[in-house]
Design a protein around this ligand. Structure first.
Ligand SMILES: NC(=O)c1ccc[n+]([C@@H]2O[C@H](COP(=O)([O-])OP(=O)(O)OC[C@H]3O[C@@H](n4cnc5c(N)ncnc54)[C@H](O)[C@@H]3O)[C@@H](O)[C@H]2O)c1
Length: 237
């Protein structure tokens, strides 16, 4: 039986690790031809998504490789705890550059190709941090709120072209991004396990499977939404 994304071409950034890697694998398992990008890892293109002009180049490379572009998943992201006092400008700017500006540029540069697709799909990666705040995560929280807001406006602007745009908002997922904190502070891990109604941390595949659904025809009438994939963490006060 043909996969549900057979014949689709996808571009995934941050695909060298964690959620992006699991997403690239899941989209490919569903039949998509995937062009993968990251700073590191086994990807089609090693690139820094914040480099000037790079996003247009990446879109062009994906289109050249696979003859079009139907699915865009800008998953590259950075996060670290930085107290507000002494928070340096450069780190704030870096978080915004990776988590927000590069996502904006990639979407903007992909619009002409996505318009050619009969079922264009954009899935951005927000966070439960787009609903609440936390100490030490000023830059990260700002970037994830902004990505959700941007995705809603993208959905409105591209809807007339049949392109959907949704924001996937993961809870605490075990990836190389979170592993150092969970290892250094076991109480942090326990806190998130207890917070989730399902009583565990998420795995990258828990998120990737929902991203693949949002990219499929089954999700054709869903757009402009943020979706928590958090094991029920946000349902608990
Ligand atoms: N892990 C979680 O608990 C969690 C929760 C909510 C949201 N997220 C979001 O999910 C996305 C993926 O995170 P993850 O947990 O898989 O982390 P990860 O660190 O495993 O993967 C992120 C990838 O992005 C890449 N990347 C970072 N900066 C880049 C740049 N400038 N250019 C190209 N690639 C770059 C990294 O090299 C890395 O491979 C991020 O946007 C993150 O904010 C993660």
């Amino acid at each position: 039986m043909a996969g549900r994304l057979e014949g689709r071409s996808a571009l995934v950034t941050g695909a060298g690790s964690g959620i992006g890697l699991a997403t690239a694998r899941r989209l490919a398992a569903d039949g998509a031809r995937v062009f993968t990008v990251d700073l590191k890892g086994e990807v089609d293109r090693l690139a820094d998504v914040t480099a000037p002009g790079i996003n247009a180049e990446l879109v062009a490379a994906a289109v050249a490789r696979h003859g079009g572009l139907d699915i865009l998943v800008p998953c590259a992201g950075v996060s670290a705890f930085h107290p507000l006092e002494g928070h340096d400008d450069d780190y704030f700017d870096h978080v915004m550059a990776v988590n927000l500006t590069a996502v904006f540029r990639l979407i903007r540069d992909a619009v002409p190709a996505l318009k050619q697709s009969p079922q264009g799909r954009i899935v951005t990666i927000g966070s439960t941090m787009a609903r609440f705040g936390d100490a030490g995560l000023v830059a990260y929280g700002a970037s994830k709120h902004a990505v959700l807001g941007m995705t809603r406006s993208v959905a409105c602007e591209l809807g007339p072209f049949g392109i959907t745009a949704n924001c996937l908002q993961p809870g605490a997922i075990e990836t190389p991004m979170t592993e150092p904190a969970f290892t250094a502070m076991p109480e942090f891990r326990t806190y998130f396990e207890k917070k989730a109604a399902l009583g565990r941390l998420g795995q990258p595949e828990d998120v990737a499977d929902v991203i693949a659904f949002l990219c499929s025809d089954d999700a054709r009438f869903m757009t402009g939404q943020g979706f928590f994939v958090d094991g029920g963490a946000m349902t608990r006060q």
